[in-house]
Design a protein around this ligand. Structure first.
Ligand code: ATP
Length: 308
C-alpha cells in the first residue's frame, strides 16, 4: 500500500436504485498515463469523482499515497489534481488571476504562489496568455488552463475526465502531448470513450462497461487482444464459398452485398498469406484484401462477457 499512488478496492456506487459502478479495483504505483476507457454512461466519471473525493462511494475504499480519502480527505486531496468533465474555470478572470486563486485554494504558501503559478503556466503553454481573460481563450487553451489548475500544487496523481472532449484535431494532439509530458513526473488517469484517444496517450488501460471493469492491463496487451480477426477480400473470379470455408483457420464466411467476402479466422495473420497464395495458384483474381479491425462496440460487447 505504501508504494501505491492510488489504490481503489471494491468500489461500488449507487446514485439511487441502480448500481452505477460495481466492484471496481484499480492500483497505480508508478508515473505514466492510465487510460480509463468506456462508452457513455459506463461509469468513468463516477469512478473518477470517487477517486478524487468529490463523491462518496457506497462501498469500497480509496487510498491516495496510503491515505484513506474518506478518513483524511484534506490530506489525501493535497496529493490529487482533478480536471472534471466541465473544467471549473472562472471565465471572467485572467489566466494568472484564476491560477493564483487556485493556488490559494490549494493552500500553497503565500510566498510560493507566484512561482507555482508561473511554473504551471509555463508547463501548460499558457504563459503568453497570462493577462488574457479566460472567456477570450479558445477551447484548447481553456483546457490547458484547466490542466494547469490540476497540477499547480504538484500532486502525485492527476485525474483528467475526458480532457480532449470538444477540441479540434490540432488541439487534441497538443493536449495529448501535454498530458504525456505531465505523466513523466506524476501518475495521470485520463478518461475517454474514444479508443484511438486512449491508444495514442496511455501506457496502461482499464476498460469499464456497464459499471464493471472488463479489461485491466497494459496498452500493448490490449492491442494484442484486439488483433483483427476478419479479412475482407474482393475477387473477380471467386471460388465457391465452401472452398473458402474449408481453408484451415477460417471459422466463418460471409458474402457481402457489394460482392466482397468477409472471412473470419481464429488464428494469426498467416491466413491472409494463405489466401493470397491460393488466389494466385487457382486464378481467383484477387483485387483487394484487407484486415478488419473490431469496432469499439464489438470490443465492449466481447469484453463485457469477461469481467476482470
Ligand atoms: N447524479 C446522478 N444521478 C443518478 N444517476 C447518475 C448520476 N450520475 C451518473 N449517473 C448514472 O450512472 C451511470 C454512470 O455514469 P457516469 O457519468 O459515471 O458514466 P461515464 O462513463 O462517465 O459516461 P459519460 O462519458 O457519458 O460521462 C450512468 O447510468 C448514469 O446515468
Amino acid at each position: 500500500m505504501e508504494n501505491s499512488i492510488v489504490k481503489a478496492s471494491h468500489l461500488s456506487h449507487k446514485y439511487s436504485r441502480d448500481w452505477a459502478i460495481r466492484d471496481i479495483n484499480l492500483e497505480i504505483s508508478k508515473v505514466g498515463v492510465l487510460g480509463l476507457l468506456g462508452s457513455n454512461g459506463a461509469g468513468k466519471s463516477t469512478t473518477m469523482n470517487i477517486l478524487c473525493g468529490v463523491l462518496n462511494q457506497t462501498e469500497g475504499t480509496v487510498h491516495i499515497g496510503g491515505i484513506d480519502i474518506r478518513q483524511k480527505p484534506e490530506d489525501a486531496k493535497m496529493l490529487i489534481g482533478f480536471l472534471p468533465q466541465n473544467a471549473p474555470l472562472h471565465l471572467d478572470l485572467t489566466v494568472s488571476e484564476y491560477l493564483t486563486y487556485c493556488a490559494y485554494l490549494r493552500n500553497i504558501n503565500k510566498r510560493d504562489i507566484k512561482t507555482a503559478v508561473d511554473a504551471a503556466m509555463e508547463k501548460c503553454g499558457v504563459a503568453h496568455f497570462r493577462s488574457r481573460v479566460i472567456n477570450n481563450l479558445s477551447g484548447g487553451y481553456r483546457q490547458r488552463v484547466g490542466i494547469a489548475q490540476s497540477i499547480i500544487h504538484l500532486p502525485k496523481l492527476v485525474v483528467l475526465d475526458e480532457p480532449t472532449n470538444g477540441l479540434d484535431p490540432n488541439q487534441i494532439l497538443e493536449v495529448r502531448k501535454l498530458i504525456k509530458e505531465i505523466a513523466t513526473e506524476r501518475a495521470v488517469i485520463f478518461s475517454s470513450h474514444i479508443l484511438s484517444e486512449v491508444q495514442a496517450t496511455c501506457d496502461d488501460i482499464r476498460m469499464i462497461e456497464g459499471g464493471r471493469m472488463v479489461f485491466a492491463d497494459t496498452m500493448t496487451a490490449f492491442n494484442n487482444y484486439i488483433l483483427p480477426n476478419s479479412l475482407l477480400v474482393y475477387m473477380d473470379n471467386p471460388p465457391p464459398m465452401e472452398t473458402l470455408s474449408g481453408i484451415t483457420g477460417i471459422t466463418k464466411t460471409e458474402l457481402l452485398n457489394d460482392g466482397g467476402i468477409r472471412l473470419h479466422f481464429d488464428t494469426s495473420t498467416k491466413v491472409s498469406s494463405q489466401i493470397i497464395e491460393m488466389a494466385v495458384t487457382n486464378g481467383w483474381q484477387l483485387t483487394e484484401i484487407m484486415l478488419e479491425k473490431s469496432s469499439l462496440d464489438e470490443i465492449f460487447s466481447q469484453l463485457s462477457n469477461k469481467t476482470t
